[in-house]
Design a binder for this molecule. Structure first.
Ligand code: CO8
Length: 260
């Protein structure tokens, strides 16, 4: 499918999804959010895609937030609908059967940071700046940021970032545990693709079930999480990938996974 605001390309099991409206710093308006929902849905259904890298076009921004110009005239009902639309995209990433890596190449602010936090993990360039400026606009994060950030780095640091509206550097985001690694700008995409390729080369069912176990388990007691993990672990023993993966180890050959 063709998109007005997105570029989608895929090769060797890895899809690169680029939000392509650099003139507005890739801000998320209703149209971009709608396209993102469609593209992510399609990528999830595409068995040829095993991992996705999500980034922003241009040198300045990953995504500089939800579109302030569009939001500035919304009434309460429209604001509610807009919030729900954004949350649908964030939740879809969490429910996808394949990992999505955010490659944060510049500003990731407000809804942009929420989008990155909805991904399975974040790589950033040294140019990245992240923050939640919503309170400077008289609102608060509304695409899951309060929930995802506090779960990721704890309430104290999340409180400081969200209550002040300040931006922090890539290095501080690394130290706080928001991003996994920081790379020079010219290396960021290659490194994100390299990791996505490594994921594309292993058993995709194991990855999908592990993603489910981690995400679902975070909302359970530890006992229930262990039980949930065991049930998914057991199901994998009914798959061809398990037979192939363990058979290949025993035969001392490279496994050929089929995702079945
Ligand atoms: N929305 C709309 N347009 C934007 C946005 C944005 N978030 N960010 C940048 N732009 C536009 C600018 O208006 C400008 O357009 P134009 O040339 O037509 O004036 C263009 O992008 C370039 O921006 P700047 O000239 O400002 O570039 P600078 O390099 O000087 O500054 C910044 C870059 C620091 C990123 C600056 O643009 C900025 O502060 N942007 C706003 C950041 C922000 O506040 N983001 C949070 C938005 S609120 C949000 O995301 C809420 C999410 C939850 C919603 C829930 C709904 C219920």
């Amino acid at each position: 499918m063709e998109y007005k605001n997105l570029l989608v390309e895929s090769a060797d099991g890895v899809a690169l999804l680029t939000i392509n409206s650099p003139r507005t710093m890739n801000a998320l308006n209703s149209e971009v959010l709608g396209e993102l929902e469609c593209a992510l849905y399609e990528l999830n259904l595409d068995d040829g895609v095993k991992a996705v890298v999500l980034t922003g076009a241009g040198e300045k921004a990953f995504v500089a937030g939800a579109d302030i110009k569009e939001m500035s005239t919304m009434n309460a009902h429209e604001g509610h609908q807009f919030g729900l639309k954004g949350q649908r995209v964030m939740m879809l990433i969490g429910k996808m059967r394949k990992p999505v890596i955010a490659a944060v190449n510049g500003y990731a602010l407000g809804g942009g940071l929420e989008l990155a936090l909805a991904c399975d993990f974040i790589y950033a360039s040294t140019r990245a700046k992240v923050g939640f400026p919503e309170v400077t606009l008289g609102i608060m994060p509304g695409f899951g940021g309060t929930q995802n950030l506090a779960r990721l780095i704890g309430a104290n640091k999340a409180n400081e970032l969200i209550f002040t509206g300040r931006m922090i550097s890539a290095d501080k985001a690394l130290a706080w545990g928001i991003v996994n690694e920081v790379f020079p700008p010219e290396e960021l995409l290659a490194r994100a693709r390299e990791t996505a390729s490594a994921i594309a080369g292993v058993g995709s069912l194991g990855v999908a079930y592990a993603k489910d176990a981690i995400a679902t388990g975070l909302n359970m007691t530890k006992d229930d999480g262990f039980r949930y993990e065991a049930s998914l672990f057991g199901v994998l023993f009914a798959t061809e990938d398990q037979t192939e993966g363990m058979g290949a180890f025993v035969d001392k050959r490279k496994a050929e996974f089929k995702g079945k």
